[in-house]
Design a protein around this ligand. Structure first.
Ligand SMILES: NC(=O)c1ccc[n+]([C@@H]2O[C@H](COP(=O)([O-])OP(=O)(O)OC[C@H]3O[C@@H](n4cnc5c(N)ncnc54)[C@H](O)[C@@H]3O)[C@@H](O)[C@H]2O)c1
Ligand SMILES: N[C@H](C(=O)O)[C@H](O)COP(=O)(O)O
Length: 328
């Protein structure tokens, strides 16, 4: 199965990184879903000699040729300049995603996404909080989970892109159980963890300090974990988030479940920014992504690092291989 790559925001670094990766010898075929002229222009700007080869069908792609980027064409809505956002191209970004989702749902590709600019999509009048939520909605599954991974650490999130003030109310026993179930199943299915050991963070400082610094641990998290432990699952917590990210806990853990975005991701990115991958668990197809944003300051300069895109491509390829060999 080939890897379908959406470069994301056309004014960002996504197109640069896909072109850079196309120069490499990749062990699985890759194609971009994008405007071929955007990629030709960006290749010229970066002085990268990549041949843009338009395709009508990704099914015949059997191997990657270094220096050639097959492209499933989707037209820009307006001319795009590196570093300059234009809300007119927000629908283009979603067009590329929709084309990719359609292919992935039909088992014709695994999806690897470049960074989109959530703000400019909203400025265009389109409500959009992130790929994760968009993919959940488009594929009709009840619950997906955002997990970022780097060497030695996996961090999954109970809540994703929502204002901090809305986080406590969003952490319900039902959500916690659904998210933990998706994480548990994915660790078994895709990462070879037969009996996943999951560290669960508390929500409040010191995991609520016995109820003196917040009651969500006592009233929501502990009862939900007790129900899941009755299934035989190896869940440790709720643990104070400030002390759980240390070898004493991490050495025997398969993943950390953080309650919200900025509880878990700063630690993960401090450890592995540029060498991490964002994986959406619970979809009916494989989706990985980069660990960074659109970096408008670097678009078209050649100074953006493509290492995280490399990790995202390898992770998607490894997951596809693992699933094909384990018939998962
Ligand atoms: N996968 C995604 O779609 C994704 C992920 C994160 C952020 N975003 C979006 O990106 C936009 C900008 O976000 P931000 O400014 O917080 O984060 P950012 O990752 O774009 O930039 C943060 C800093 O890291 C640097 N940087 C980022 N990627 C780099 C790379 N590949 N090589 C070298 N340096 C790099 C940037 O130059 C900047 O200094 C926001 O709209 C955000 O929502 C998208
Ligand atoms: N939360 C992600 C991160 O910090 O890297 C990022 O915003 C991308 O999220 P989506 O994959 O949902 O767009």
């Amino acid at each position: 199965m080939p890897l379908a790559v959406t470069p994301g925001e056309p004014a960002g670094i996504g197109p640069d990184l896909v072109l850079k990766q196309a120069m490499n010898a990749l062990d699985r075929p890759m194609f971009a879903i994008a405007d071929p002229d955007l990629l030709r222009d960006r290749a010229r700007q970066l002085e990268l000699s990549v041949e843009i080869a338009e395709i009508a069908d990704p099914d015949h792609l059997t191997a990657h040729t270094a220096g050639v980027l097959p492209v499933w064409p989707v037209k820009l809505r307006a001319p795009s300049e590196a570093g300059k956002l234009d809300p007119a191209n927000a629908p283009y970004v979603l067009d590329t995603l929709d084309a990719a989702i359609d292919l992935a749902l039909n088992h014709r590709a695994a999806l690897v996404t470049g960074p989109v600019h959530k703000g400019v999509i909203n400025e265009a009048g389109i409500p959009f909080t992130g790929h994760t939520e968009y993919l959940e909605q488009k594929s009709g599954v009840e619950q997906v989970v955002m997990m970022l991974a780097t060497e030695g650490l996996r961090v999954a999130l109970v809540t994703t892109h929502l204002p901090l003030a809305d986080v406590p109310a969003a952490i319900t026993p039902e959500r916690l159980k659904r998210v933990t179930a998706v994480l548990h199943a994915s660790l078994q299915r895709d990462f070879g963890c037969a009996e996943p050991h999951i560290l669960v963070a508390g929500l409040n400082p010191h995991a609520g300090e016995g109820g003196h610094l917040g009651r969500e641990e006592i009233e929501v998290i502990e009862p939900a974990l007790a129900e899941l432990r009755a299934l035989g699952w190896d869940l440790e917590g709720p643990l104070p988030a400030d002390t759980l990210f240390q070898p004493h806990y991490l050495d025997r853990a398969d993943a950390v479940l953080a309650m919200y975005h900025d509880q878990g991701l700063p630690v993960l990115k401090y450890k592995g920014f540029g060498a991490a991958v964002n994986i959406t668990l619970g979809l009916p197809f494989i989706r990985t992504s980069v660990d960074h944003g659109t970096a408008l300051d670097l678009a078209g300069t050649g100074r953006a690092s493509d290492t995280s895109l490399g990790v995202a491509l390898r992770t998607a390829a490894d997951m596809a291989f693992y699933r094909s060999t384990t018939h998962a």
